[in-house]
Write a protein of this length. Sequence first.
Length: 278
Amino acid sequence: MKKMMIMTAVLCSLHVPAYAETNALIEVKLFKDWVIKEEVNFGNFNLAIKNTGTAPILLAKDPGYFQIGQLATRLLPRDPQKDSRQEEEYKIMGGEGECFRLLPEETHVYERRKFFLPKFPIPFSEEMRFTVSVYLGKGFWLDSEPLVYRVVTPDSEGELATINDNKTRNTHEPSRKLSLVTYRNERWLYVKSISGDLYYSVCPLSSMNTIRVEPHDGGGLFKIWDGSKPMIFDMYKMMLLEGSDENNVYGRWTRERKQKAEADNAEVRRKKAEAQAP
């Protein structure tokens, strides 16, 4: 399998004097910088935040609350009305009880999480520019440099299987299709609606292997074989629960980045303890 391009953005805050002690590096990993016309929730990326300031940063403990209350992917030019509503969503986190303080020089990784961009009404075959931003309350944002997604026409698409939950026969979860979408030297697994008007990207696939799909538990889980490499796919979460590092790129990056963050944080704390020792 050919290696895909991994885009890295190391970002910092440049904001108002009231938060002069608040500064951070936000590391963003994009595993795909293109989107097809019918694709929704296409901004899959993983994220780590390092506090490079002198004051603690308040962050949500739970990735779901973080996504609701603090994380924003903002299309450029920005919508001031939408930005103004973030304070309300920030308060949904439930105050400090749902948050923790990221201390200076320490790093936090939101584990095994995909973050999404909403679908924007844009002309086909154009570029979208956006920022990844973290909201810290009272109108204050930590912003990224602009990142770019290209809207493309795929080279090919092939249907792999139609899947549904045969165990519970959940009428609220209709059947879906799994498809193989190819663009240049990349092949990606997509799940799409039966009508074919909504596509969601899942993971990269090898450039040569035959792909097979079979039920895993008789319910909403399926085993997908990329050649001899098995993956476990959850049709409700629309993500891999298990898979090789070549396929489960989001899980691999999060695991490795979290291990590094834990080691770095331990070293920061050790040095602080030594400095405070009599």
